[in-house]
Ligand binder design. Structure first.
Ligand SMILES: Cc1cc2nc3c(=O)[nH]c(=O)nc-3n(C[C@H](O)[C@H](O)[C@H](O)COP(=O)(O)O)c2cc1C
Length: 205
């Protein structure tokens, strides 16, 4: 734990948790936290069976947290039937954790196109080649699929596959956690009141 960091106080937090998140992310970047944009994403299917995996936070806008994936993957299938999701960031060098819960919306085709076109060509081809979350016979099958796509788009721009794109996690709750002395950690939780405003309160650690 970095003991030089002062405890969290309600009065020092930004009234908007997305701005507060952005501030913490900038601090994590400034302190060279390895891959601070890696976040655990939990989803659940229509039976309530939960699964979790890491994805990368590709953008933050005033409404939420954006990531990109295959819409036909396990997470994509979960989100089609159950739009609830949770995210967790853990920044060990800062002794901080951020938990987010909310609902997920699909980005527009134009937004996904824009991000897809910014990706390296190899990643674009892989998005076509990989049947994410579905069984493949062996590594060779995967490489063969990649080569086929490479051949198909040789000398051409790679279009975004319709099964690949972005999601926005729109938060209903964001909790900022910071390690404290004697395990008296700080937990400051934002949640929406019935009128769309953010309420901020301290939780027991
Ligand atoms: C550091 C890291 C970053 C990752 N980023 C992404 C990502 O942004 N999008 C994605 O679809 N998968 C990403 N993955 C792979 C996922 O963890 C996961 O294996 C994949 O999305 C399939 O998950 P699913 O079968 O639960 O849908 C990443 C994995 C790691 C370890």
């Amino acid at each position: 734990m970095d003991s030089s960091r002062p405890p969290l106080e309600l009065g020092c937090m930004d009234p908007d948790p997305l701005r507060q998140f952005s501030l913490w992310l900038r601090q994590a970047e400034a302190e060279d936290v390895p891959m601070p944009i890696a976040m655990t994403l939990a989803t659940a299917d229509d039976q309530g069976r939960v699964s979790a995996r890491i994805v990368l936070l590709r953008d933050l806008d005033p409404y939420g947290f954006l990531f990109y994936t295959n819409y036909e993957s396990r997470k994509g299938r979960d989100l089609t039937v159950n739009s609830s999701a949770a995210l967790v960031f853990h920044w060990l060098p800062l002794a901080r954790q951020i938990r987010i819960e909310g609902s997920v919306e699909t980005l527009s085709a134009a937004e996904s196109d824009c991000y897809f076109s910014s990706r390296p060509r190899g990643n674009q081809l892989a998005a076509h080649a990989s049947p994410q979350s579905r069984p493949v016979t062996d590594r060779h099958e995967l490489e063969k699929r990649f080569e086929d796509v490479e051949h198909q788009y040789y000398g051409k721009e790679v279009p975004r596959p319709s099964h690949w794109g972005g999601y926005r996690v729109v938060p209903e709750m964001i909790e900022f956690w910071q390690e404290g002395e004697h395990r008296l950690h700080d937990r400051l939780r934002y949640r929406r009141d019935g009128h769309g405003n953010w309420l901020l309160e301290r939780l027991g650690p």
